[in-house]
Design a protein around this ligand. Structure first.
Ligand SMILES: Nc1ncnc2c1ncn2[C@@H]1O[C@H](COP(=O)(O)OP(=O)(O)O)[C@@H](O)[C@H]1O
Ligand SMILES: [Mg+2]
Length: 266
């Protein structure tokens, strides 16, 4: 069963309406990556997206970020159709893509330079954000002097520097070991609760998706369509031991079931 447009109230902060994406390949053929995605993302909510590899998750996020145009359909954010990159969006990628020759502080300040913000104001905000992601004292270090988890926290601070309403994250913790990843999940929940941002997180981990999400969008194999929107009714703030609760396991099983029916369990 595909999610219906009834899941997409017109008052939502982000409305994705009939979005499809076709890529042309080098030999003149075309690949349908996304197929008629219809959904809505409420302001201040935490949305997790899971789906098989290659189903179009990153493509969808790049369309939301205005980095890639949709082939059909539209995305409306805060009442305006997206037609390019926007100031109210911040993005975090799988690898932290910090510039190796710049200090952590100067990396966090990068968007201020790009957007031409007042540097004194940006510097104060950068220091506050480094505190939020618990990197105070590391501002003058180089990226290579920090662990992978710390580098990802710096990337989150950088994505928040210009105070975007929406934070888009593409498998940000995929390269981290399991323990660091759990720690990052707790940190991200705290940052989200403290900042009030709307977060869209792509993850390979069903457990991470449920632990963090208010809703989990489950996608089909390519061409990626929205298979199901699953609401997560677990109180906040969540602790790791919530994963042992029956409600958590039921939700995880529901999602696994959707994957196994699609013949692409991962
Ligand atoms: N720039 C591109 N040109 C051609 N094909 C692409 C491009 N980007 C992605 N694709 C194809 O679109 C499909 C979805 O890719 P992607 O969004 O990266 O999937 P996911 O993030 O879910 O793994 C894949 O088949 C991929 O090869
Ligand atoms: Mg991807």
């Amino acid at each position: 069963m595909l999610a219906t447009p009834a899941d997409a109230p017109s008052s939502a902060y982000i409305q994705i309406r009939g979005v499809s994406k076709t890529f042309e390949d080098a030999s003149g053929g075309s690949v349908l990556a996304l197929r008629e995605i219809d959904c809505a993302i409420e302001e201040g909510s935490f949305v997790s997206i899971v789906g098989p590899s290659g189903c179009g998750k990153s493509t969808l996020l790049r369309i939301l970020a205005g980095l890639l145009p949709a082939s059909h359909g539209s995305v409306v954010m805060d009442g305006q159709p997206i037609s390019g990159t926007r100031r109210d969006v911040g993005m975090v990628f799988q690898s932290s893509i910090l510039l190796p020759w710049r200090s952590i502080l100067d990396n966090v300040l990068l968007p201020a330079e790009v957007l031409g913000l007042d540097m004194a104001v940006a510097r104060r905000r950068a220091m506050e954000l480094l505190e939020l992601v618990r990197l105070q004292g590391f501002e003058h270090k180089l990226p290579r002097q920090l662990s992978g988890g710390m580098q990802q926290r710096a990337s989150i601070a950088r994505a928040l520097l210009h105070d975007p309403k929406v934070l888009l994250m593409d498998e940000p913790f995929g390269a981290l070991d399991a323990m660091t990843r759990e720690q990052m999940n707790l940190e991200l929940q705290r940052i989200w609760l403290e900042s009030g941002k709307t977060v869209v997180l792509i993850t390979h981990s069903i457990l991470e998706a449920i632990f963090l999400g208010d809703v989990v969008f489950v996608m089909t194999p390519r061409p990626g369509a929205l298979r199901r929107v699953i609401r997560v009714h677990l109180p906040r703030p969540r602790r790791m031991d919530v994963m042992a609760s029956p409600a958590f396991s039921e939700t995880a099983n529901q999602i696994r079931e959707l994957f196994s029916h699609a013949g692409s369990f991962e």
